[in-house]
Design a protein around this ligand. Structure first.
Ligand SMILES: Cc1cc2nc3c(=O)[nH]c(=O)nc-3n(C[C@H](O)[C@H](O)[C@H](O)COP(=O)(O)O)c2cc1C
Length: 329
């Protein structure tokens, strides 16, 4: 059933995904993005090996609720049999709509273990992983890749085709090399090249920050859907704006009041899953992203950097609103 939703979104050309974002795309943020119009959301990357070792933190990352469905679980690792075990033990009986394999993470701690983007340098191992995952998975399987390792090794089209031949049901492309990390600009031509060689759906990712970017990337690449990461951080409204724009409807930016009530809800959701102090600490980065670009926000951003309780956050925001509303009268 869950994987039918996944296929339907593609068939309806309505694949507007929240990207897997370590430290960001947890259950509360995923739920918020779904409320704002993301048609599908991705978990943070979760270690297949840690799941096999019954690591509590990794198991907790599998928490999901029906309000966020459909959600895709992203796994990373380098050992085909470990992937297979993790899927049999934890994923096949879960509510996740699909499984994504991380072959794009550039972080040295990950690549030194032949995980993440290091797999783009070892096509045989990457194929073996996809085959092992497909042999046990009861859900569709996608692979998320970069352009390649560095500018002299841009292999995304050939690599994507090899993943398709190994059994991948979908390819997601973030067209930067591992070396680039997040520097420079995504090279959307590479997504177009992947789309040309693959017959499975291809999802475009990288530097989509506005409805105009969403339209441009789809037009320029012929991709079957889009995936948004940084553009959604502090701005989950982007999904609704894209949905409206695609329907030819007008859209607006959130008001300060809307941003602050979103913060309040987000805080409540995070507090529901952990103690208040840890929740507020985890929310700090979101508070910075939500308040980025607000007029005269430097002062509240400074104040928010040291808050420890929910009510402190709300007092700072209310004071700011009061001052802004009175200053503009
Ligand atoms: C904070 C952060 C965490 C990320 N974590 C993951 C991850 O867990 N798995 C993954 O495949 N990509 C991860 N990425 C990469 C994003 O999914 C995405 O590919 C990249 O940010 C490019 O898309 P964007 O320009 O829309 O942000 C992360 C990116 C950021 C900024």
């Amino acid at each position: 059933m869950a994987d039918k939703v996944f296929h339907d979104l593609l068939a309806q050309q309505n694949y507007i995904a929240l990207a897997p974002l370590a430290g960001v795309s947890d259950l509360p943020f995923r739920t918020i993005c779904r409320m704002h119009g993301a048609s599908i959301v991705y978990t943070e990357m979760i270690s297949a090996k840690a799941l096999c070792y019954q690591n509590k933190k990794s198991i907790d990352m599998l928490a999901t609720t029906s309000t966020e469905f459909p959600c895709v679980v992203q796994l990373f690792g380098s050992e085909p049999q470990i992937f297979a075990r993790a899927i049999e033990e934890y994923i096949n009986n879960s509510a996740f709509a699909a499984i994504d394999i991380n072959m794009g993470c550039p972080v040295p701690k990950v690549t030194k273990n032949k995980e993440g983007s290091a797999l783009m340098r070892d096509e045989d191992l990457a194929c073996e992983i996809v085959r092992a995952v497909k042999s046990v998975s009861q859900k569709p399987v996608s692979v998320k890749i970069r352009s390649g390792w560095d500018k002299d090794h841009i292999n995304a089209p050939a690599f994507a085709l090899a993943m398709q031949q190994a059994g991948a049901d979908m390819i997601i492309v973030h067209p930067r090399t591992k070396e680039q990390v997040f520097t420079g600009k995504s090279d959307w031509h590479i997504i177009a090249q992947v789309k040309k060689v693959c017959s499975v759906p291809v999802i475009a990712n990288g530097d989509i920050f506005s409805p105009q970017d969403a339209t441009s990337v789809l037009t320029q690449t012929g991709a079957d859907g889009i995936m948004i990461g940084r553009g959604a951080m502090g701005n989950p409204w982007l999904f609704g704006q894209i949905v409206a724009d695609r329907a030819g409807l007008p859209y607006t930016s959130p008001t300060c009041e809307e941003i602050f009530s979103q913060i309040e809800l987000h805080l409540k959701m995070v507090c529901a899953s952990t103690n208040e102090k840890a929740a507020v600490a985890a929310m700090r980065k979101h508070l910075f992203w939500y308040t980025k670009g607000l007029p005269h926000s430097a002062k509240i951003r400074r104040e928010l950097s040291s808050v420890v309780t929910q009510s402190e956050v709300m007092v700072i925001l209310k004071k700011y609103l009061f001052k802004e509303n009175n200053d503009t009268k």
